[in-house]
Each structure stands twice: as C-alpha cells, then as structure tokens.
Design a protein around this ligand. Structure first.
Ligand SMILES: [Zn+2]
Length: 208
C-alpha cells in the first residue's frame, strides 16, 4: 500500500525541479529566505546559506546582520559550501566545529589587507567576520600582539611608504589612497609610526 497523501515532514525537500516548473523552487527560496531573516533554528539541519560578498556561510539561525538576498547562495551541507570556496562563520559554527582562532584572525587580516582604503572600524570588521567586537579585539591582540585598529594603521602606513616612493602623487592624495583622507591626521600617524613626515620620508629615501 502506497501512502501518497501524507507529506513526510522529516524529509528535506527533495522535489526534482524541471526548468518549466519554477513554482516549488521559488517557494523553497522564499521559505529559506524567511528562515534566514527570522534566524529560524528549526531550519538549521535543512540548509545553510553563504554570502558572496563576505565569503562566509552560516546556519539559518545565525544572528549576523541579514545579508542582501541577491548575494546569497544556499547549500544543503557545509561540505558543499566549503568546496564552493566559502568559510564557516565564527559565530554560528555551521560545520559544528569551532573555527580555530588563527584561521579566524587570518581571515580578518586578509580582509584588512584588501580593504585598507575603506573606512574600517572594529564594529564593521566584527560584523563582516562574524564575531563580537569585544571577542575580535581580544583574540586579535592575543594572536597579533596588536589591536585590529593598530594593524589597520600599520597596513595603511606601509602602503603609503610604497606609494610615496613609487609615485610623485601629493602627500594628501596618498593619504586618500590608503584610507586616511584627513591629511593632518595622515601626517601625524605616519610620523608616529615611522619617525618621519611623509614628505621627509620621500625625500630621504629618494636621495639614497
Ligand atoms: Zn553565522
């Protein structure tokens, strides 16, 4: 005897989709999106979602800020998300394992190294890298012997040194290029970290 009427709620959706029949697929996506928006833990074993802009994947229940739905990819398993190049979220631990601190902090420094031109704050980094600002600050300092903000400034000044020597752009332009648009602040920070003003650094290094 075949029971065709009862829908088995314990089974994940496995309806085969034909391209002509898009209604069930759209319904599924909307359901998933609502689960993400509602941080619905009852979907945690059903699917995971990854965010293209951050490269991180999460459980539906993750309390991270709701992403733009256009940037989301859904996966059935953590393995699939990882093989597609996404990293597990530090906060909701979608692989069931805690991401080691060194890998987490490496993802933070990687983000800073590629985004030092932008306005970066501890809060923004924490949000992007899915941890609390407090935990990020503490873990970062433990592993890097400096605060995230100090690391950002160090990267900016290192990049400024390169630009001062490889271009003849005005000091103020170089400040803008490394995320320090406030020129007096850029000069003060540069001097604090290198012992020279940007202009004197450029002059001395060029004469040598
Ligand atoms: Zn998460």
């Amino acid at each position: 005897m075949v029971n065709q009427s009862k829908h088995n709620l314990n089974q994940p959706f496995s309806v085969s989709q034909s391209s002509a029949d898009t209604t069930p697929l759209e319904l599924g996506l909307e359901e998933k999106w609502n689960a993400v928006l509602g941080n619905d833990a009852s979907y945690n074993e059903t699917f995971l979602y990854a965010v293209k802009t951050t490269g991180i994947f999460c459980r539906p229940s993750c309390k991270s800020r709701p992403p733009n739905p256009d940037n989301i990819t859904y996966f059935d398993t953590a393995e699939q998300a990882e093989s597609a190049g996404f990293r597990p979220c530090k906060r909701c631990k979608p692989t069931g394992q805690r991401l080691p601190d060194d890998e987490w902090i490496a993802s933070v420094t990687d983000y800073i190294d590629h985004n030092y031109r932008k306005a970066l704050t501890l809060e923004l980094l924490a949000e992007i890298c899915h941890g609390s600002p407090y935990h990020l600050h503490r873990t970062f300092r433990k592993l890097k012997q400096m605060t995230p903000v100090a690391y950002i400034q160090q990267q900016r000044i290192e990049k400024a040194k390169e630009l001062l020597l490889s271009s003849d752009h005005p000091v103020s332009d170089i400040g803008v290029q490394v995320g320090l648009a406030n020129t007096p602040y850029f000069i003060t920070l540069f001097k604090k970290l290198t012992g020279h003003t940007p202009a004197s650094f450029r002059k001395e290094q060029t004469i040598k």
